[in-house]
Write a protein that binds this ligand. Structure first.
Ligand code: FO1
Length: 321
């Protein structure tokens, strides 16, 4: 079975590990979000691609969910000693190596998709990981700073990591998305898929950024295969991260049913909500999306595998309908 997954960072990566356990023979292509990418210290950092690569390749810091295991921060400390920041973004020594190799290859003229493939040669994630685009797309967030009252547009990572989403997101803009093209292999993988899955990743800044690349949303809608998603909202709050803040920016309430409606029946065929949101099933089905309530807390690998298995079961139900 050929499965295409649109993945953000931590939630997407952990779901993928479950999917590999639930469906060990599946041929999995991951379309990774690059809207979180940031240039720091002259280097190109791709947090979501790296989170997927390290998680599936066994190099992730399990507690944090991002960055490398056994990490040290000497380089960051040395840069800080020179007064060179930003200090709010935690790049470790081992992680720096990935960004150096990536930037070196990009400077030599290789596209991000080829660079990602080369990095994956080391990590062997067991999936084909393709960035959503080889073009530069960077999510920015409009905020009003509480101290000065100044309205500013800041990089997503500054909003997420430095401000910890402590101020309302007034708008979320995937800068560069309109001019971007899907990376080589993205549309082909979608066209050849048997099933397409949206993990419980952030619907605005992760899956939303991928869908903002012209051609990807249309290809999924026209693929003619089951498209099934899992709610990142459980009991009206995000399972992880600050999805509620960015959902508010696009006028979507923070609930499992509202996220399904946001994607819409033109895109989604099936939607899984957590058992605590069982009352949302009726509303989602009324929107033309088949819905089931199952446990959606990825507390460990087996729980993630059960969620992935439920998603595949729902996909087969949709196919048979
Ligand atoms: N998240 C944090 O909360 N603080 C950090 O300092 C931080 C650094 C970082 C470095 C490399 C990387 O690949 C990810 C990193 N993240 C950090 C995670 C990242 O900011 C976000 O969780 C994702 O972009 C959202 O998917």
């Amino acid at each position: 079975m050929r499965i295409v997954v649109l993945a953000g960072g931590i939630g997407g990566a952990r779901f993928l590990r479950g999917l590999q356990q639930a469906s060990p023979d599946a041929d999995i292509t991951v379309i990774g979000n690059t809207g979180d990418d940031i240039h720091l210290f002259g280097l190109k950092v791709c947090p979501d691609l790296d989170t997927v690569m390290y998680t599936l390749g066994g190099g992730i810091n399990e507690e944090q969910g991002w960055g490398r295991t056994d990490e040290t921060f000497h380089l960051k400390e040395e840069l800080a000693a020179y007064g060179v920041g930003p200090e709010w973004f935690g790049l470790g020594d081992r992680d720096f190596a990935t960004h150096i190799v990536r930037t070196q290859m990009l400077s030599a003229g290789f596209p991000l998709s080829a660079v990602t493939e080369a990095l994956c040669d080391r990590w062997k994630p067991g999936v084909r990981l393709i960035p959503m685009s080889d073009d530069r797309v960077e999510t920015h967030v409009a905020v009003t700073l509480p101290d000065s009252g100044e309205r500013k547009v800041i990089h997503f990572q500054e909003y997420w990591v430095r401000l910890r989403a402590s101020v309302p997101a007034e708008a979320v803009v995937p800068v560069g998305a309109e001019q971007s093209k899907p990376a080589p292999g993205v549309l082909e993988a979608i066209a050849e898929a048997d099933v397409i899955l949206f993990p419980p990743s952030n619907p605005v800044v992760s899956v939303g950024s991928i869908l903002a690349v012209p051609g990807i949303r249309e290809a999924i809608a026209e693929a003619g295969v089951p498209v099934v998603g899992l709610s990142p909202i459980v009991g009206d709050a995000p399972v992880r991260g600050m999805a509620d803040k960015v959902l508010a920016a696009v006028g979507v309430e923070s609930s499992a049913a509202a996220v399904a409606e946001h994607y819409g029946s033109g895109l989604l065929d099936g939607w899984l909500v957590d058992t605590v949101d069982a009352s949302a099933v009726e509303r989602v089905e009324a929107a033309g999306i088949r819905c089931r309530a199952v446990p959606l807390m990825m507390s460990d690998l087996d729980a993630a595998a059960r969620m992935a298995a439920e998603a595949l079961t729902l996909a087969e139900e949709v196919r048979g309908a």
